[in-house]
Design a protein around this ligand. Structure first.
Ligand SMILES: *Cc1c(COP(=O)(O)O)cnc(C)c1O
Length: 413
């Protein structure tokens, strides 16, 4: 009954099922739903987080430091788990800084980026002893004043807006005119100002984009970022001790997409590490990743409230929707809406095959669509719809107040 022309999602390999039920952290989904006590909810599997970090470490040179960019998923328990697995946490607000510190992350290994840091946030960063990635000359005198007042040197890096663009798909966040970072050509002057102010200069932060599935594009970006950092290092007031080459590693969401091949990235970084040993001997090289660490470890679960047939088309109306999972609805940066992988979590091996069905939410807008005419097991009221690849940019990236439905629950299993 599946439309043969509709491309299929790659199978979700990270989750197993047993007796027709999806397993999360070894537990059948219906039991997990019972223990959570209500739907909808997000569940994140800590063993998958462990496995992902281990896979990355095995594929990359041992000296590469891994930072978790917590905006991808700021759930406190998950940040706590990640803080023990990775080498540092990247925050993008004082609110995230609070969560990272509560999670036990070492302030020495926390960095703070973002184009609109308030004076108060910069002062909090200095007081916490974390590193600020400077994105504007405006931040220098504010950090200087906070340093003087608190008697603590502000630790800073410069976030550079590169003079090249990432060729690949995905969200571009560097090159051309951007609100992020300082244009590469303006960095030498900023470095002088940092030196004059006596801030503790540590290095550079270059972040070229997000959700990239093409290893050759990531390799090229890392090479160009490294070369740019070498050029800028000649203007630095002190040796570079920190070089953040960004991340942008993507995960497969849509039909036809394949997991990122880490091998060429590892080889390229090995070359960069060897060159850095000679040219930037004091520098630790950091990658900052959000989605790649957490995206595949999470699912979103909603319950079917109604099975409606409209003019021959099946709609599964659920208690969850775009107010919890804007990304899966296609309204978080997608140009053309595509389906995330979706399944009926308590009918993983449907005995009576699949049928095309659309999964919608309770909101009064046609945008509230979690799956458009997908092949799904014959779902009934009470069944559990699962949206995979939902560990990143989920709950915190969704308009939860829209229409006044209850907030989503999150659990780490
Ligand atoms: C959003 C962001 C990240 C994380 O991006 P992912 O695609 O989730 O890996 C990393 N660094 C910076 C500066 C960001 O803004």
């Amino acid at each position: 009954m599946t439309d043969r022309k509709t491309p299929e999602h790659a199978p979700i390999a990270q989750f197993q099922s047993a007796d027709g039920e999806l397993l999360i952290g070894g537990q059948p989904l219906s039991r997990l739903a019972a223990r959570v006590g209500r739907t909808p909810f997000y569940a994140y599997d800590r063993r998958l987080l462990d496995a992902r970090v281990a896979t990355l470490r095995a594929a990359l040179p041992a000296s590469i430091k891994l930072h978790y960019a917590m905006k991808a998923n700021p759930m406190p328990a998950l940040v706590c788990h990640m803080a023990r697995l990775v080498d540092g946490i990247d925050v993008a607000s004082a609110g995230e800084l609070m969560v990272a510190l509560d999670a036990g992350a070492n302030p020495q290994e926390i960095s703070f980026a973002g184009p609109g840091k308030t004076d108060a946030e910069l002062r909090q960063a200095v007081a916490a002893g974390i590193m600020v990635n400077i994105e504007s000359p405006r931040e220098v005198p504010i950090l200087d004043a906070a340093s003087a007042e608190l008697g603590l040197p502000a630790r800073v890096s410069v976030r550079v807006n590169p003079d090249f663009e990432l060729k690949a798909s995905g969200m571009k966040m560097g090159g051309g005119p951007k609100q992020f970072g300082v244009d590469a050509e303006a960095v030498p002057e900023l470095l002088q100002a940092i030196g004059r102010a006596g801030l503790a200069f540590e290095g550079f932060h270059l972040f070229a984009g997000s959700q990239n599935l093409r290893p050759e594009a990531i390799v090229e970006a890392q090479r160009k970022c490294f070369d740019l950092a070498l050029r800028l290092a000649e203007h630095a007031p002190s040796p570079v001790r920190f070089l953040n080459l960004g991340g942008g590693f993507g995960i497969p969401y849509f039909p036809g997409e394949q997991p990122l091949d880490l091998a060429p990235i590892g080889d390229n970084l090995a070359t960069i590490v060897a060159e850095a040993a000679d040219k930037l001997p004091d520098a630790e090289i950091v990658l900052e990743l959000g989605r790649y660490f957490v995206g595949e470890a999470g699912i979103y679960v909603a319950r079917v409230l109604d099975r409606k047939i409209s003019r021959g088309q099946t709609f599964l109306v659920t208690d969850g929707g775009l107010h919890h999972h804007l990304s899966a609805s296609g309204n978080f940066g997608q140009v053309i809406r595509k389906n995330y992988p979706v399944a009926i979590g308590n009918r993983m091996t449907p005995p009576d095959g699949v049928e095309p069905a659309s999964v919608v939410g309770p909101l009064c807008t046609p945008l509230d669509l979690l799956g458009d005419k997908m092949p799904l097991g014959h779902a009934q009221e009470g069944d559990l719809v699962v949206v995979f690849q939902s560990g990143a940019y989920g709950a915190s990236a969704s308009p939860q107040r829209f229409l006044g439905h209850p907030e989503v629950v999150e659990v780490l299993v």
